[in-house]
Ligand binder design. Structure first.
Ligand code: PBG
Length: 325
């Protein structure tokens, strides 16, 4: 059908028609809120490069969990800032570590809010890498046991789901085995399957104090130039027992989201990362962009690319807007 027989503008002429033909619906139930847990009491440290985001002590996290649940957001993902760091990241798998304590506190008060924990060593190691360091290299196989132990300790504390973000080879299988052996076969694994070595993580590394102290993460995170490799990474994680496949970052990688959607039949998540958040917030603060509209457009685009859920620092703001619609 061609013009003038077909006129695409017919179905755009009023809001009712536009709603009827809208293909993608961003919903509150698509959103997962990332949060940063710190020790102490009544601590609420603003994160300068992420306006509206804070490092929160347990009492504040519990309050935030309540408002998150009340808005209808299904889940939070927790990152921890330990009091001390060491070469082996021991506080990552300490039974009473920061994430373990925060999970307990939140689940105690908000049992219906799903609490996902980020499983990684980089916030807990003094060198800031996501695995064990041997000279100038990151020892893949030596890291696996510590990563799996971290996941298990989160489950013991009450985590509903674990999300390994280290990008070591074989970690999904290692975690799955250890959880299964310890009666946690019901806990799903959300795998950061295609996680790129991205400069968009800059604000997060400030927020979580997790920048590598030497070198970079290029030997374990993916080269931003690669797409076929993302399919291979995701397929391996499916074989190893992942329940949800994640792509990260989101906006600069919409092609990866849509390719994985076509090739992999598992639920998918996309992580709208700190730098994506910071760009929009900064431009909105300058008055250069309409912050709310750009936020909704970005989240809708990520959903349109094919993901089922979005990890985003915008979760609360977006949920508030969606509720008022
Ligand atoms: C830890 C981790 C990172 C992010 C999530 N988990 C940082 C990194 O890999 O350096 C980034 C999240 C964000 O930028 O919002 N491995």
């Amino acid at each position: 059908m061609l013009f003038p027989d077909y006129r695409p503008r017919r179905m755009r002429q009023n809001a009712a028609f536009r709603r009827l033909v809208r293909e993608t619906q961003l919903r509150v139930s698509d959103l997962i809120l990332p949060v940063f847990a710190v020790g102490g009491k009544d601590v609420k440290n603003p994160i300068p490069s992420m306006p509206g985001q804070f490092q929160l002590s347990r009492d504040h996290l519990v309050k935030l969990a309540k408002s998150t649940a009340e808005l209808g957001i299904p889940a939070m993902i927790l990152f921890g800032l330990p009091e001390k760091k060491d070469p082996l990241g021991t506080q990552a798998y300490a039974p009473n570590g920061i994430v373990q304590q925060a999970v307990k506190a939140i689940k105690d008060k908000q049992p219906d809010l799903a609490v996902i924990t980020d499983v990684c060593l980089c916030q807990y190691t003094d060198h800031g890498h996501c695995g064990v360091v041997d000279g100038n290299t990151i020892d893949n196989d030596a890291s696996l046991d510590l990563i799996a132990r971290t996941a298990l300790s989160h489950c013991i504390a009450g985590a509903d789901m674990v999300a390994p973000s280290d990008m070591m080879d074989g970690r999904v299988a290692e975690i799955r085995n250890l959880l299964d052996e310890n009666d946690f076969s019901h806990v799903p694994i959300m795998s950061y399957a295609a996680k790129y070595c991205s400069a968009f993580y800059g604000p997060f590394r400030e927020a979580a104090d997790s920048a590598p102290q030497f070198g970079d993460r290029r030997t374990y995170q993916m080269d931003p130039a690669n797409a076929v490799e993302a399919i291979r990474e995701a397929s391996m994680d499916v074989e190893e027992g992942a329940d949800i496949i994640m792509v990260k970052p989101a906006l600069p990688y919409l092609d990866i989201i849509s390719r994985i959607r076509e090739e992999i039949d598992l639920p998918m998540a996309a992580y709208n990362v700190s730098g994506e958040y910071a760009m929009i917030k900064a431009a909105a603060q300058m008055g250069w962009l309409d912050g709310h509209r750009v936020m909704m457009e970005a989240l809708t685009a990520i959903k349109r690319a094919g993901t089922d859920m979005i990890l985003t620092y915008f979760a609360i703001e977006a949920a508030e807007l969606l509720q008022n619609k």
